[in-house]
Design a protein around this ligand. Structure first.
Ligand code: ADP
Ligand code: ASP
Ligand code: MG
Length: 414
């Protein structure tokens, strides 16, 4: 059996934790499995490297930033291999490039195009434990080193598991699994035993950073069973599986929140065909990730268009649109970074009407004003003032009875 195990930053946060992780890997190897380990940088390292880069250059060249950031994972991969050898088991570490993680050329958020893990297979064939640095790859086109975006080690792990046809991809992290909401924000949140890929995709895309969204895409597209579990205990975590493997169908599976976006409003836009197309084509050409879009009711032939983008891309977006105000015929561009997105996710929404209404009602009772709304077949998202994010998530979570206490009450009553 081939097992891929991924350990996140907190799990390898210091030398002692790294040694504990090494012991767990050795135990899996001694149980007779082929083990491939994907490791993140030690907690805080990536942020420190980003800060240092910003100190020497306000806008660091993307190529150099990527090379710098991959250093974090190279430190943990080699230390982990040494710690495993110290326990008497042979281990060999590889960078993403050495492990055959081939990506496109988009620095900072590269996509994996192919995985060619020949060296990993050879090392497994020799009976070695293989350690792979997460979050990084190489472009065949430019031969440059790329990174996969924050949280990208998850994607390295699932992509490798798919390429190696591993039996399971275990994601070891600092919580016991996937919860109905971020357990750090909602103490009553409940651990889910199972979750469908589609629901996990929505939760991850809407800010539940326990898995990077692309890792879930890989899992779904290649049928890799993903087991999210704690690196600090041995308990069963959450299995992310195909919809047809779900034993029972909850209407709502969870609430996600995201405070990493900002709202941009273009004021006084002429209300005629082609204007929105021009604006958003310019943004797309510059690889700015636009999320929600709202166009207000127009008066006197003019309207306001608001949209959200990752905070890191705001400057780019406003410079781009600010430079075109005359061409667009708009009056101004305004940025509001103090927004949060709260999303309710559940496959059962498809067949149960009224979910959005209940969510909005719960928010209004909590005194939270809604600025923007967007929906998919299994999700409702709102943009609110970020000062209210905790209250909003807790209110929505309680309204749909997602907490551990709600289940106990129901059982008691039944
Ligand atoms: P790692 O360093 O192991 O990759 P991350 O910090 O990237 O860990 O992801 C784990 C964190 O995700 C948890 O500590 C938790 O605060 C957060 N999180 C957000 N939403 C959820 C959720 N629905 N279930 C579990 N954890 C969540
Ligand atoms: N070290 C990277 C980050 O902090 C990648 C990861 O941990 O998955 O985002
Ligand atoms: Mg992570």
């Amino acid at each position: 059996m081939i097992v891929v195990q991924k350990f996140g930053g907190t799990s390898v946060g210091d030398v002692e934790r790294l040694q504990r992780v090494a012991q767990r890997i050795v135990d899996t190897r001694r149980a007779g499995h082929d083990v491939v380990v994907v490791v993140s940088a030690m907690g805080g390292t990536t942020d420190e490297l980003v800060d240092m880069a910003a100190q020497v250059n306000r806008r660091p060249p993307q190529r150099e930033l990527d090379i710098l950031l991959t250093a974090g994972e190279r430190i943990s991969m080699s230390l982990l291999a040494m710690a495993i050898e110290a326990l008497g088991v042979r281990a060999r570490s590889f960078t993403g490039s050495q492990a055959g993680i081939i990506t496109d050329t988009v620095h900072g958020k590269a996509r994996i195009l192919a995985v060619t893990p020949e060296r990993v297979r050879d090392a497994l064939g020799d009976g070695d434990v293989v350690i792979v640095a997460g979050f990084q790859g190489v472009s065949r086109e430019t031969h440059d080193i790329t990174t996969l975006g924050r949280g990208g080690s998850d994607t390295t792990a699932v992509a490798l598991a798919a390429a190696l046809e591993a039996d399971v991809c275990e994601i070891y992290t600092d919580v016991d699994g996937v919860y109905t909401a971020d357990p750090r924000l909602v103490p009553a949140a409940r651990k889910l035993d199972r979750l469908a890929y589609e629901e996990m995709l929505e939760l991850a895309a809407q800010g539940a950073k326990v898995l990077q969204v692309r890792s879930v895409e890989f899992g779904r597209n290649h049928g890799v069973p993903i087991h999210v579990r704690s690196s600090f205990n041995g308990s069963e975590g959450t299995w992310v599986v195909p919809q047809e493997d779900m034993v029972e169908d909850a209407i709502i599976s969870g609430v996600a929140h995201d405070t990493s976006e900002a709202k941009v409003t273009v004021v006084g836009v002429p209300d005629r065909p082609g204007v929105a197309a021009g604006m958003f084509t310019a943004l797309a050409d510059a690889s700015v990730n636009v999320d929600m879009i709202v166009q207000n009711v127009s008066s006197d032939g003019r309207t306001d268009i608001s949209f959200t983008v990752p905070r890191g891309e705001v400057e780019q977006a406003t410079e781009l649109l600010g430079g075109r105000l005359e061409g667009i015929g708009a009056a101004d561009v305004i940025v509001n970074p103090a927004v949060a997105k709260v999303s309710l996710v559940g496959a059962g929404m498809k067949t149960h009407p009224g979910v959005a209404a209940r969510m909005f009602d719960a928010l209004s009772r909590a005194g939270v004003n809604i600025q923007m709304i967007s929906t998919s077949t299994i999700r409702v998202s709102v943009i609110i003032d970020d000062a209210h994010v905790d209250d909003a998530v807790r209110a929505v979570h309680a309204e749909f009875g997602l907490g551990a206490d709600a289940i106990v009450e129901e059982q008691g009553a039944g």
